[in-house]
Structure formats: structure tokens, C-alpha cells
Design a protein around this ligand. Structure first.
Ligand code: 4AD
Ligand code: MG
Length: 462
């Protein structure tokens, strides 16, 4: 008999049919006459109840059906008398694929802390919580492609190994095949990278934007969606060393178009998850954050505030609130400042623009005032910065001037400057941190719990 996924059993027309199901046992309980097994196969947060009539099954055989074991059951799907479920399977046959020793399997029925589950990240996808989070994550990834594809953006694959540092932050993971125990040296005693794999120093990318700009100034509108690496030693609930970023880049868009795109995009993703992951989001709402669904719906309904950095700093200074980090014009805003503006002052998402040029990257378009650049950060409740972007400096001379001021080594960037030398156009883009979006939509509070296998300082297990 062909296997039916558990999610498909709950369709009304299935009642009365003979079915075959396969999955992992969540629990088994019962008595000498009848045993009840809750089975999950990952297709939905819902378990199917399987009823074993002990006049038809050997008690010894059922002992192998313990939490975590994998089984195949065939039987009839009937309406259920039990509370909390609509249907159940009356088992006719049982096959055990693999047992799970109750003494050793770490995911017994009792609730586990998220901290403990991080230590067994190889098994945590089998819990309700991580099943829900990972299904939502997958749906959001699909929504992202759908949003851009429906609007004529092309998916551009930018390199993961690069010789340039897009954000100028200097926190990159070096990539080398040199023997670290026996490094080749130049005559001056420096490491001789001409002998390295690429003939120069390379690292994992911190952003696909610079190559994204090459794509946008040819294809018109592109987006990237891939892994990104940052070697900053920040152990916070919002930073990963390896995270996924989505970076749209659009020729002829100015910063206003860019803000509209960002707002439409993020609302589309949230709505997609609410429409397509209802069971999972309801579970997370119930278990972790009773305000989750309300918050998601409120963001969908609200127009994002648009405010300059200068006005934002003024509000923060006049708030009378004691912040851990001082706030003044020129300061890089911390998550506490961003969240004050969003959660306490405006009570809706805020797009902050026109930041001081000193705290933003070299490629941003310079404003007339000579002090600020056309940057935009989208700030979200509970998260702080979820998107960072800007209109780009399209003038070759102004860009060069900024690069010289900042002493950025241009040897490896000649190709980027060519966008400004040949047919330069106004253009804009932004980067959305995928895990921060998943955090927001699932209501989880630690970024380590929204990616299957987190990479953070000191941790590369699994
Ligand atoms: O603000 P960031 O650094 O911007 C860029 O990289 C630009 N090149 C984007 C662009 O304009 N195309 O990063 C963008 C977003 C942040 O707003 C944040 O959501 C996320 O990426 N992010 C991180 N997420 C998890 N862990 C980290 N260490 C992150 N660093 C940035
Ligand atoms: Mg940023």
C-alpha cells in the first residue's frame, strides 16, 4: 500500500479508508487491552493516534514501539472518540524499522529547555518546537523566491569565496589551502599568498551586494539568497557567524522606492507564513509567546514609520530613558535604542534613514549636507535591525573620494568601480537577515533556535 503523509490523513474524505503511515513514535500509553501511539512524520505538527488492539498484537512486539522509534503501520482510518483529535488509525499491521532505547534516547516525553536542545541539535528537529520552526523557515524561504520571481527579479548567485570585503568591517573568515604548520614566506618574511590556492588572500563573503550591483546594472533587478559569514566575536541572541541573507538590488530605484520594496517584501513574507503555516504558528503562539499572532497581524496592518536618523536620535535624547549605551548624534544605534523607537515610541516598525556617513559603508550615496548618507535600516519589534540597505553612490568621483578617505585598498575592487565608469545609474538595495525574519515570525528569542545547526563563536558542532 502507498504511504500517506500524516498531514493528508486529516482531509475529510480519508475517513473509512485503509491507510499506510510511517513515522517516529512520540508516545505510547494504554493498558493490557489497548495501546495508543502518537505518531509524527514531520509533515505537520499534528500527530496521528494509532490504536493497537492487544487481541491482535503481541505485547512483546509493542514494547519495541517506544518514544523515538520508527514504525510502519497499516490500518483503517476512523473518526476518533478521543478528545483533541478528529481521526485515528485502527492498526492491522505493525513493522518496526528502528528502535530507540528508552534508557538512551534523549528526547523522552518531558519538556526540555531550549538550551538543552541546542546540545542535541542533531535530534531537536524531532521535537514539536523545532518541527514548527523548521517548517516555517522553509515556507519563508519559498515565499521569498515567490515574491521576487513574481515581480521580475532574477536570482543571482554571488560567490561565497571572495577577495573583497564588502562591508569594510574586517571580520572575515580567511580561506586558505596553505599549510599552516609550514607557511611559504616572501623575502621580507611575510606569508607568500601568491602560493595560496587563488594566488591571493581570500575569505568567505560577508555580503553578496557588490556582485549584486553588477547583476542589477545589467539585468535591472536581482536578488541573492545565500549563506553569509561574519567572524565578529558577538555572542548575542541576534548574531550568527554563518547566517543567510537576501539581498535585492534594483537599477533606477532611489531610496524611497527601496523603502517601499522593503516594506512590501517583509509584509508579503509574514502574510505568507500566517496563511500557510497556521498550525505551527498557533503552536508557537500557545507555547512561547501569547502575543505572537497579534504582533504579526499588527505589523501587516501598520504603515512603517519613516524617520531620519537625526530625528530618531532627538526622540531618544528627549525620551528621558536611561540606556545602557549613551545616545548622541553620531553614535551607532544599539538594539535597545532601536527597540525603544519601535516598541515604546511609535509602536510599529520604523525605517530609519540618512545616517552619519562615518557609521555606514563606503558605497552609500552621499547627501548634500556632506555629513549623512542615504542609508536605511528597517527596525522591528523584539528584533531591532532586521534590514540594512541604501541608495548607492553612483558617481565615480564621489565614490573614489570616499574610498580614498577611508583608505580602502582598491586593487581588488577595480571591477566594482567599472559599474560607475560605464553606464552608471542610480540604484538601491538592501539585505534582510533571514534568521532575524524567522525569529520574528516564530516568536523565538534566540537566533540559535531558528537555524538547524547554528555557528557561533566556539561552536561548530554537527
Ligand atoms: O546591515 P548589514 O551588514 O548590510 C549588508 O550586509 C549590506 N551589504 C546589505 C545590502 O545593502 N545589500 O546586514 C544586513 C542584515 C542586517 O540587517 C541583519 O538583519 C542581518 O543582515 N545580519 C545578521 N544576521 C545574523 N547574524 C549576523 N551576524 C548578522 N549581521 C547582519
Ligand atoms: Mg546593518
Amino acid at each position: 500500500m502507498k504511504r500517506t503523509k500524516i498531514i493528508d490523513l486529516f482531509a475529510a474524505e480519508m475517513i473509512g479508508k485503509e491507510v499506510s503511515v510511517k513515522g517516529w513514535v512520540r508516545t505510547r500509553r494504554g493498558n493490557k487491552h489497548v495501546q495508543f501511539v502518537a505518531l509524527n512524520d514531520g509533515s505537520t505538527i499534528r500527530n496521528i493516534q494509532i490504536v493497537f488492539d492487544l487481541s491482535k498484537f503481541d505485547e512483546e512486539q509493542l514494547k519495541g514501539v517506544s518514544t523515538g522509534s520508527s514504525i510502519h503501520v497499516e490500518g483503517k482510518l476512523v473518526e476518533s472518540m478521543g478528545k483533541g483529535q478528529t481521526c485515528e488509525i485502527q492498526a492491522d499491521s505493525l513493522e518496526i524499522y528502528g528502535g530507540a532505547d528508552p534508557e538512551k534516547y534523549p528526547l523522552q516525553k518531558k519538556g526540555h529547555t531550549l538550551e538543552f536542545l541546542r546540545e542535541i541539535a542533531h535530534l531537536r528537529p524531532r521535537t514539536n518546537t523545532f518541527g514548527a520552526v523548521l517548517r516555517v523557515r522553509s515556507a519563508l524561504a519559498y515565499a521569498i523566491h515567490k515574491f521576487f520571481q513574481e515581480r521580475g527579479f532574477y536570482y543571482l548567485h554571488t560567490p561565497l569565496i571572495t577577495a573583497s570585503d564588502c562591508e569594510g568591517a574586517g571580520a572575515m573568515f580567511q580561506v586558505t589551502t596553505l599549510n599552516l604548520e609550514d607557511l611559504p614566506r616572501t623575502e621580507e618574511g611575510k606569508v607568500d599568498y601568491t602560493q595560496d590556492f587563488f594566488g591571493k588572500t581570500t575569505a568567505l563573503t560577508v555580503s553578496g551586494q557588490l556582485e549584486g550591483e553588477l547583476g542589477a546594472t545589467a539585468l535591472g533587478a536581482i536578488y541573492t539568497f545565500g549563506p553569509t559569514f561574519r567572524a565578529e566575536n558577538s555572542n548575542t541572541p541576534r548574531h550568527l557567524a554563518e547566517f543567510w541573507m537576501i539581498e535585492p538590488e534594483v537599477a533606477f530605484n532611489d531610496i524611497t522606492d527601496n523603502m517601499e520594496l522593503a516594506e512590501d517584501f517583509i509584509k508579503y513574507c509574514i502574510k505568507y507564513a500566517l496563511d500557510n503555516c497556521r498550525d505551527d504558528i498557533e503552536f508557537l503562539n500557545e507555547m512561547y509567546d501569547k502575543e505572537l499572532i497579534g504582533r504579526l497581524e499588527s505589523v501587516l496592518k501598520s504603515d512603517f514609520v519613516r524617520l531620519s536618523y537625526t530625528e530618531g536620535v532627538k526622540i531618544l535624547e528627549e525620551s528621558g530613558k536611561k540606556f545602557e549605551f549613551p545616545v548622541y548624534w553620531g553614535a551607532d544605534l544599539q538594539s535597545e535604542h532601536e527597540r525603544y523607537l519601535v516598541e515604546e515610541h511609535f509602536k510599529r516598525p520604523v525605517i530609519l534613514t540618512d545616517y552619519p556617513k562615518e557609521i555606514k559603508a563606503f558605497y552609500m550615496k552621499q547627501n548634500e549636507d556632506g555629513k549623512t548618507v542615504r542609508a536605511m535600516d528597517v527596525l522591528f519589534p523584539k528584533i531591532g535591525e532586521i534590514i540594512g540597505g541604501s541608495e548607492r553612490e553612483e558617481s565615480y568621483d564621489k565614490l573614489m573620494q570616499r574610498i580614498e578617505e577611508l583608505n580602502i585598498p582598491m586593487k581588488d575592487m577595480w571591477w566594482y568601480l567599472d559599474t560607475r565608469r560605464f553606464g552608471t545609474v542610480p540604484h538601491s538595495g538592501f539585505g534582510l537577515g533571514f534568521e532575524r525574519l524567522v525569529l520574528f515570525v516564530t516568536g523565538m528569542t534566540n537566533i540559535r533556535d531558528v537555524i538547524p545547526f547554528p555557528r557561533t563563536p566556539g561552536n561548530a558542532e554537527f
